[in-house]
Design a protein around this ligand. Structure first.
Ligand code: CO
Ligand code: CO
Ligand code: CO
Length: 326
């Protein structure tokens, strides 16, 4: 669902008031966190969606990497996962078999146990997982603790929404499609471990609301403003080219409209450049806010592990806008 409709609906839900709930609805974070005791907090999340690629095995991998990511974004270790499946009668069951095999392989790569699930007959296939993880309460990295002076590190390039759209109409090259698939199916496991080692201040993963949508949630929850440098943001190959041809998913426009008034763009940035930053991501990277002293070491660590991370901006005191894109 788009951010606008979703916020309208969520507004009417009762806000739970329990001191054991460390992270709930209010800060639009990645997962719910429940304090079990002084040593352990339980992290719970759920994510599922319609296929973003034709290959069912790859789709399964991507959906699982995406679901696990919310645990990694909070600084946790995934323990247990359950499949959520919607599947039509008209497709061969072998297709579902491949989706589930892809998901199971990624869950295993995450050191997590796949222990069951639930299936529903539906016209359109959908797949994802509910995942539970653990972390010491002190290690939980929320999106509400970015501090002025922190640098912002992004661990995957943007553009999966645009490239997936362009692949569907066969305008993106096969190489670009493959690269997007590789990017979406990559776990955020190593990036999460690295941010914990180097003392990250705040984190969220970049998914459906796009870089600016999730960054704005971080800025609002942390009561700071963010400065993001457009040319520092890594993009998947052919993203700008496809965006200039208008191959931009409707979700990017929704995301941008929802941020109206909260973001200022440098006047030289073209509409399609602004929209790329709002492109809804599937299984995107982590956006990490980290004190400058640890940022260099974090970046080295990530790059050494083959993660194409980049510093894309910095955290500033609260200002007129949540985000300034320069
Ligand atoms: Co998330
Ligand atoms: Co999520
Ligand atoms: Co988070």
């Amino acid at each position: 669902m788009g951010p606008h409709t979703l916020s309208q609906v969520l507004r009417h839900l009762p806000v739970p008031n329990d001191p054991r709930l460390l992270v709930g609805l209010e800060t639009s974070d990645d997962a719910a966190v429940y304090r079990l005791n002084n040593e352990q907090a339980l992290i719970v999340t759920v994510d599922f969606f319609t296929p973003v690629v034709d290959d069912p095995y790859l789709f399964g991998q991507i959906a699982a990497a995406n679901a696990l990511s919310d645990i990694y974004a909070m600084g946790g270790k995934p323990l247990l996962a359950l499949n959520i499946v919607c599947f039509p009668d008209c497709l061969p069951p072998a297709v579902l078999g491949e989706i589930l095999r892809g998901g199971a392989d990624k869950v295993m790569e995450g050191g997590c146990i796949l222990a069951g699930g639930h299936t529903v007959r539906d016209d359109e296939p959908k797949y994802g997982l509910a995942v539970a993880g653990l972390a010491p309460p002190a290690d939980i990295v929320t999106n509400a603790t970015a501090r002025p002076g922190d640098l912002l590190v992004l661990t995957k390039p943007l553009g999966t929404g645009i490239i997936n759209t362009a692949v569907k109409v066969e305008l993106a090259s096969e190489d670009a499609g493959r690269e997007a698939g590789r990017c979406m199916s990559a776990l955020n496991k190593e990036a999460s471990a690295a941010m914990l080692r180097h003392g990250a201040g705040a984190c969220t993963d970049i998914t459906g609301f796009g870089l600016l949508g999730h960054a704005a949630e971080m800025a609002a929850a942390s009561k700071v403003s963010l400065q993001i440098e457009f040319y520092a943001v890594p993009l998947l190959p052919e993203t700008m080219e496809m965006a200039r041809m208008g191959l931009i998913p409707a979700g990017a426009y929704d995301n941008k409209n929802h941020l109206e008034g909260k973001i200022s763009f440098a006047s030289r940035l073209k509409p399609e450049e602004q929209l790329v930053l709002c492109d809804p991501q599937t299984s995107g990277g982590l956006l990490i806010s980290i004190p400058e002293a640890g940022a260099g070491a974090l970046l080295n660590d990530l790059v050494q592990k083959g993660i194409p991370a980049a510093v894309i901006g910095k955290v500033l005191p609260p200002g007129e806008k949540l985000i300034n894109v320069i």
